[in-house]
Design a protein around this ligand. Structure first.
Ligand code: F6P
Length: 328
């Protein structure tokens, strides 16, 4: 371990929480201590930073947390942070508190805030991808996605039991306003007959109905449609109504909602979070100024912040083909 370029670091969680954030906080705190840094936890994201809600942490502050969902630091969405003058205030607070670098665990909006802080005020920043949506550009996975998918898969397996018993069709709504990732993974893992993704395209109800009817013809009892919530509330009920009114197919709706955001993180998310926290701190100690920890081809790397701005939309058409081929 060589002499660190910084003396202190703060960590915050921002945006929607995701299982594994605690594990990342633990990793940041203990790696910072290992490097001889003072480490601070900022409560409730950027909103807490603006209130000066910052407390010093030690090894015990993060004891017995890695297996728990949620975040001990809590989180928030902070639309005010889009305003440059608010970010100036945040930079001043960091300076006044003697914080040399900021680690942000969150998704796209949170990363944009960190990047602006860096560009405008030279704040040293590291981003750790933490969102169940898995929609951050530049990393294969974000912390919490694997757990959210696992939670939803377990729920859909249960729904399949009752769907099968009653020869029923279910529309199961998963999270993802703009991100197709949870829907795609859950759809494939549960053998869903159809997946509705959050695209601007019209939903092809004729196709969905034809698929269900074809299944029934070959003796299939149940059908599951996985629908990503999309941006307009009430999607799954609209799907139910269309299927009934235009195609005579009765169905039940189940919205999984925020259960996908909670629960103990899977081993995969703990593995990811532990490494990402460590690499974020080590990179800042080495003198990196603005990086994101990203998983690429199975390896966790520190990559330039700019590579991880914006949303990724990689709905691989082959992936959809696999789902279709397997669910006949
Ligand atoms: O954090 C991501 C996410 O869970 C999305 O999947 C979902 O659309 C959104 O957050 C819900 O946000 P909120 O909890 O603020 O309603």
């Amino acid at each position: 371990m060589s002499e660190s370029k910084i003396k202190s670091v703060a960590v915050l969680c921002s945006g929607g929480d995701s299982p594994g954030m605690n594990c990342a906080i633990r990793s940041v705190v203990r790696t910072a201590i290992g490097n001889g840094l003072d480490v601070y936890g900022i409560q409730r994201g950027y909103a807490g930073l603006l209130e000066g809600n910052v407390k010093k942490m030690d090894a015990s502050s993060v004891g017995n947390i890695l297996q728990h969902g949620g975040t001990i630091l809590q989180t928030s969405r902070c639309p005010e942070f889009h305003q440059p003058e608010i970010r100036t205030e945040a930079a001043h607070i960091l300076k006044r508190k003697g914080i040399d670098a900021l680690i942000v665990i969150g998704g796209n909006g949170s990363f944009n805030g960190a990047w602006e802080l860096h560009k405008e005020h030279g704040v040293l920043v590291a981003g750790i991808p933490g969102t169940i949506d898995n929609d951050i550009e530049g990393t294969d996975y974000s912390i919490g996605f694997n757990t959210a998918v696992q939670t939803a898969v377990e729920a859909v397996d249960k729904i399949r039991d009752t769907a099968h018993s009653h020869d029923r069709t279910f529309v199961v709504e998963v999270m993802g306003r703009k991100s197709p990732e949870i829907a795609l993974h859950v759809g494939l893992c549960t053998g869903a007959e159809n997946i509705i993704l959050p695209t601007k395209d019209e939903i092809n109800y004729d196709q969905i109905a034809a698929d269900i009817k074809r299944g029934i013809k070959r003796g299939k009892g149940s059908s599951i449609i996985i629908a990503a919530e999309g941006e307009k509330e009430g999607l799954s009920h609209r799907v139910k109504d269309e299927l009934l009114n235009k195609h005579g197919i009765d169905s039940r709706v189940c919205i999984l909602g925020h259960i996908q955001r909670g629960g103990n993180p899977t081993a995969h998310d703990r593995f990811l979070a532990s490494q990402m926290g460590y690499i974020a701190v080590e990179s800042l100690c080495r003198g990196e100024k603005a990086i994101v920890t990203a998983q690429r081809k199975g390896k966790i790397l520190a990559v330039p912040f700019e590579e991880c701005l914006g949303k990724k939309f990689n709905t691989d058409p082959e992936f959809l083909d696999i789902v279709k081929t397997l669910s006949i």
